[in-house]
Design a protein around this ligand. Structure first.
Ligand code: SF4
Length: 498
């Protein structure tokens, strides 16, 4: 019988096949950049939690990797005899093992009891946290720890960092004792079922489905999909919600290809996507697009931001996970057709907000439309900046009044077979302007990579040469974003650029 870790049991809870693959074919797992970022956020929050729960530095951190599991379990048992906080305390019982983020002493008369705290980098308590805490508390109690309670500490996204390394208030606790202490039988049955899954040498016959993204994106998705027949033109390309009749038809007839959907169940946009897929012919209502954009006269500006967010804020006055812009590109198209670009990029590691806001206000002039692609993102960042920088609020908010979104224009008037159901600028640009493509960029090619590059650039371990290289990559990437908008605008408007 295998000893199952909590993470293996949670893998089982998501999908028995995931557990089987984790154990027998871990090499097939490919975690996405988002998953890796969430691991990194978890480590950072864990470090801060240790400071918060042990302000006097009296606690002990158990490093099971360095010590080995057996030594870690034995040391935990010894440490439980004295009242100090223990971090990464290890427990083993009933064929399972777990390491607690924090276990804190509680005096009960002359007895020593313990309270467990699980620390998460999420901003609220999720359903799967209950399962996670049920497993933790079950294993600890089964290994005879006098546990009187368990709480989940998550990030309070409304908290504002006061600076100076003071993180009091970053975490918010929710007590889960009542919700999870009586779930021992359930946990025990999960362990037994998981053991059964692992007792066979055959991979469980489970198809990909909703479970692959819930509660986490499964790292085996690419592998599992590669084992299943894939639709040539999948239904996921259809935009918008599926109405009841459409869903019922798909279910009843097991439809997987767009071409097999009856038009009568589709709305206009869905019918268009299906027709383009089936015919291979691009849809482009250029007159409609031009009419839509006609009221917005030159001079015009084309604006794009890159942002960074930290689970644990590093700049005074910012909140956890607040998106803070560190870079912009603005193209300016004058009435005489001259196109110019201005860029801002701060890789100093200091809060870029004030300089960013000042430079943006200067770059956008005082009249003319400001085109963006998916306006909600940029306008929200501008509102955030206006809130944090009241002395610049008026000129910042005035920019938002001039914003015109190109995304709805693309959605309404253009669709190319290669877009495969996406109207992201990275899908529309190479279809409409084949001479431009994000894939041709060196290094940074998307917003996630821009964030990673920013983090690397501001690290004190990064060499000047590498920082310079990142700077060039970021500048080229953001410039392409706004130049792409210029080209899309010209194509939609039927204008020829100089
Ligand atoms: S990708 Fe989906 S089906 Fe495959 S193991 Fe993961 S959750 Fe299970």
């Amino acid at each position: 019988m295998r000893i199952l870790s909590k993470s293996k049991l949670m893998a089982f809870r998501q999908c028995p096949k995931r557990l089987w693959l984790e154990v027998y074919h871990p090499e097939l797992r490919k975690d996405s950049a988002a998953t890796q970022a969430s691991f990194a956020a978890g480590y950072q929050v864990g470090d801060i939690a240790r400071q918060l729960y042990d302000p006097k530095g009296e606690g002990v951190l158990i490093d099971s990797q360095a010590e080995g599991f057996d030594a870690a379990f034995a040391r935990t048992q010894r440490l439980l005899q004295s009242p100090q906080p223990i971090f990464e305390a290890g427990f083993r019982a009933q064929g399972a093992l777990a390491f607690a983020d924090a276990i804190l002493p509680v005096a009960q008369g002359d007895q020593l009891a313990w309270r467990m705290v699980e620390v998460k980098s999420s901003t609220s308590v999720k359903g799967y946290h209950h399962d996670d805490s049920a497993v933790q508390s079950y294993i600890a109690r089964a290994s005879n720890v006098p546990l009187i309670g368990i709480a989940l500490a998550h990030i309070d996204s409304s908290w504002v960092y006061p600076g100076g390394g003071d993180y009091q208030g970053l975490l918010k606790e929710q007590d889960l004792t009542e919700a999870v202490f009586n779930r021992g039988d359930e946990v025990s049955s999960w362990i037994a079922e998981a053991q059964q899954i692992l007792a066979t040498d055959k991979v469980p016959a489970i198809k990909t489905g909703a479970q692959c993204g819930q509660p986490f994106e499964c790292g085996f998705l690419a592998h599992c999909r590669s084992q299943e027949p894939q639709a040539e033109q999948p239904l996921s390309w259809l935009p918008g919600r599926f109405n009841n009749k459409l869903s019922a038809h798909i279910q009843a007839h097991q439809v997987t290809e767009l071409r097999d959907l009856p038009d009568e169940f589709l709305n206009d946009k869905q019918r268009r996507v299906k027709a383009v897929a089936v015919s291979g012919q691009t849809y482009f209502d250029q007159d409609g697009a031009a009419q839509n954009l006609a009221p917005h006269k030159l001079p015009a500006y084309f604006m794009d931001f890159e942002t960074i967010q930290f689970s644990v804020p590093i700049w005074k006055g910012t909140r956890p996970y607040q998106q803070i812009p560190f870079q912009f590109s603005v193209h300016h198209l004058a009435p005489n057709g001259i196109l110019e670009q201005q860029a801002f990029l701060d890789l100093s590691g200091a809060d870029p907000s004030e300089a960013f806001a000042q430079s943006l206000i200067n770059a956008c002039g005082n009249h003319g439309p400001i085109f963006v692609y998916n306006a909600g993102f940029e306008t929200s960042r501008i509102r955030d900046l206006a809130e944090r920088l009241p002395h610049l609020a008026q000129p910042l908010l005035a920019l938002n009044q001039r914003v015109v979104d190109l995304l709805p224009v693309a959605r309404e008037y253009y669709y190319h077979p290669n877009q495969k159901g996406s109207w992201s600028i990275k899908a529309v640009l190479p279809a409409m302007c084949p001479d431009l493509n994000y894939a041709d960029l060196d290094g940074v090619k998307d917003g996630g990579m821009a964030m990673d590059a920013f983090i690397e650039a501001i690290s004190s371990n990064t060499s000047t040469t590498r920082k310079k290289e990142i700077e060039q990559q970021l500048l080229r990437y953001c410039e392409l974003d706004t130049y792409a908008m210029v080209r899309l605008w010209a194509a939609f408007s039927g204008k020829v650029l100089n």
